[in-house]
Every structure is written in C-alpha cells, then in structure tokens.
Design a protein around this ligand. Structure first.
Ligand code: SF4
Length: 409
C-alpha cells in the first residue's frame, strides 16, 4: 500500500504567505532550515541558501543578530531563490532593521523580547509591510515569569500560555499574520505543547524538536516529534534542528514529507530488504551503492533492492523498478514482473539505466522494451528461485565471520 492511498485529515488553519509560499490553510506542508553562516557575509549565506533550496527547503531562516546582519539581509533577499525569515532574539531593533531589509517573515522569541511596547512596535511595522511573524516559543528560553508561575518547570501549559500572551499583544494592534511554534528538546513535552496549542488557536503551526542534537539520535528525536504530530493532522511547516550540515535538515524534512505522502515525490524512494540467511548478495553494499547512484538524479520512482529471488519481487511488488539477486545474477523487475537478467557486477548500473528510461519514457514504454526478453527473464528467475529454495547457497551476510567477531567482543 503506498502512502498515496491513505489520507490523514489535517487540522484546518488560517493561511499566511511567507513571500510567495503559502503556509497553512491546506497548503502543502513546507520544509524550513536555517543558515549557519554569518548573515553579514551575504555571499557565503546566499551560497548556503541555494544549497538548502536544492535539498528541499521551501523557506530559509537567517539570524539577524547585529546591524551588519540586517545589511547582509538587504543584499540576500533580492537574490534568494526562496523566502527569507529573519531570526530575532533580545533586540527588537533588529526586527525593525530586518523588515527594512525586505525579509518575508520574522521570527520573534517571546521569551526574550518581553516589553509590550517593543512587541507592538514590531507588529505595527510588520502589518504596514504585510509581513508575517512567527511566534517562536522555546522551552529553553521561556519567559522567567511563566517559568516561575508553573513551579520552576517548563510545561506544555506554560509554553502555550507564552504563545497566547504574545498573540494578545499582536491583537492589540490588529495584527494576525501569525504562525507559531512551541519547540522543546524533550519530545513528549513538545508533542503535548503542540497538541494543546492546536486546540486553542487556528494559526498555522511550525513544528520542530529544538536542539535535537547530532545524527542519528537527533534525527530520531526530530522525526518522533514532527512525524507524530503530522500523523495527527497537526503542523503546516517543519524544521529538523540538527547539529549537522543544514543541507541534511532540508533533505530530511523533504524525505519525511514524501514518505508520508504529504509532498509530491521528487527523488527516488529506495526500499531495500533487511537481508537474511537467504541473501545472495551483500544487500547493504548494493543498497548503499544504489543510494549514492540515485542521490542527485531527481527521479520520482520507487526503487527496490532485494537480496534474493524467493521473496524479492513479491515483497517489492509496489516498487516501480527493482532488482533481486539470484544465482549471482540480478533479476530486474518492473512493477513485480521480471524483465531482464544482468550480471551481479552490473546491478546498480542496470537499475539506474532502467530508472532513467522509465523517467524519460514512462512505465508502459519500459514494459514494451522488456517484452522480448521478459519470457527468458522469467524462466531464469524461476530457475534461480528453485535453486535458491533447494540449496543453502553461499552466505552473503558473512555470518561465520560476524559471529566469531561477536564472540571475541
Ligand atoms: S528478499 Fe530474500 S534475502 Fe531479502 S529479506 Fe526477503 S527473503 Fe531475505
């Protein structure tokens, strides 16, 4: 069953425009990331923004932490391929400068810009320019008064109250181009804060697990938080906050949305069997080679790598194209039907060649192309299947070696 056959109802939110990108109100869920360059270095920052956009970011945030950063933003905004959000902490004047620089959105942290007159001054200026603001509540920098009120603990209720207080200031100046985040590094806390917030507001929500850390643990935490909420229909835009190259953040965000069927697939979705005692090839090696070979191809197909012909094609029946190993050969299949046999050493090259053919000409043309060789391919697959079922075959997983290594440890 592919993700396209399952549709989760999404919570209805208002829509705002971040530059030309709609957020909320049923718009496609967007991916965000943040540059790690000095914003004042506008050339280096633009280079990173282009890399993030290429990896799947729809919106990019840059810090505006000093007057020079605002000068950089004025140069970045007109040349950026995606809308730019200015990230503001502590100094409301940076927000005014960023608006003057032409940014498409602001992010304010209510935990560290607390004077109502400052918040309202920024909201008035944003309103005049029709620029939205994200209220970015962060569990690590909660307003000290709220922290105290909730018994010296960061709770979902405290985070929601922080967001509601900020909204109230904005409402006083009739500003409602708002999106909100209530991020925390603690996953259950973050999930519960967003759940509670989504019950009381209909502004679009920006999801994230803040300071999730380096991969792979950081990916796991960010995915646990973001994916849980998305499956509940909560969330309009997402960001992975990882201690690694921000290009990874953009790529992962995009992959999560594609895996959930929430964004149209742009890249290969590689599925591979977990290998087992029946495997006739080193599945991990071939799968990794295939992953590298397809990395920049932008072919929206599902590609399968399977360790044997016993279950391989059947297990990957939903894939557009795949390869299953048998008797040291690769059995190529399209939508579960054997169409060609290739030597093991050419398995990845054959996958790429056929995927590119399908991408250019369509599945039907690929089936036509395979028509002549299909009967022979099916016979070969059947032979290898019988052989595979009848014999133990070579141990492609190097089990003896692995077991002896484990015993030594
Ligand atoms: S496809 Fe074959 S090798 Fe891979 S897990 Fe299934 S039975 Fe094992």
């Amino acid at each position: 069953m592919d993700a396209g056959s399952v549709v989760w109802p999404r919570k209805k939110t208002r829509q705002i425009m971040v530059g030309d990108v709609p957020v909320g109100g049923g718009a496609p869920i967007t991916v965000q990331s943040m540059t790690i360059t000095k914003t004042a270095d506008h050339e280096a920052t633009l280079e990173q923004i282009y890399a993030l956009a290429a990896a799947g970011a729809d919106i990019v945030r840059c810090t505006c932490n000093e007057p020079e950063a605002a000068v950089g933003l004025a140069r970045i905004v007109p040349r950026s391929p995606v809308p730019i959000v200015a990230d503001i902490h502590h100094q409301y004047r940076r927000a005014l400068e960023a608006l003057e620089a032409g940014v498409h959105c602001l992010r304010l942290n209510p935990g560290n810009i607390r004077k109502p007159e400052h918040i309202k001054a920024v909201a008035r200026e944003a309103k005049d320019r029709n620029v939205p603001i994200r209220i970015g509540v962060n569990g690590g920098s909660l307003d000290p008064a709220l922290y105290k009120k909730y018994g010296g603990r960061v709770t979902p209720e405290a985070m929601v109250e922080s967001a509601l207080q900020e909204i109230a200031f904005f409402q006083e100046v009739d500003f409602d181009l708002i999106k909100i985040s209530v991020k925390a590094s603690n996953v259950p806390l973050m999930i519960e804060a967003y759940r509670q917030l989504s019950e009381v507001v209909d502004y679009p929500l920006h999801l994230g697990v803040t300071e999730a850390g380096p991969p792979p643990g950081g990916i796991l935490k960010a995915t646990a938080g973001i994916a849980t909420l998305l499956a509940e229909g909560i969330g309009d835009t997402i960001r992975y906050s990882l201690s690694s190259d921000p290009v990874d953040e953009a790529r992962l965000g995009r992959q999560l949305l594609e895996a959930y069927g929430l964004r149209e697939r742009k890249n290969v979705d590689l599925i591979a069997c977990p290998s087992c005692g029946r495997a006739e090839i080193d599945v991990y090696k071939i799968a990794n080679e295939a992953q590298d070979a397809f990395a920049d191809k932008k072919i929206p197909l599902q590609v399968a790598v399977m360790g044997c012909v016993v279950n391989g094609p059947g297990e990957a029946r939903g894939a557009d194209i795949g390869i299953a190993a048998g008797n040291k050969r690769g059995h190529l299949f399209v939508r579960g039907t054997n169409v060609a046999v290739v030597p093991e050493s050419e398995m990845v090259a054959a996958l790429v060649e056929w995927a590119e053919f399908i991408s250019r000409n369509g599945i039907e043309a690929a089936m036509e192309r395979a028509e002549k060789s299909a009967p022979a391919a099916r016979r070969a697959a059947a032979e290898d299947r019988d052989r595979n079922l009848g014999e133990k075959g070579e141990d492609a997983n190097n089990t003896e070696q692995v077991v002896s290594l484990i015993r030594k440890i």
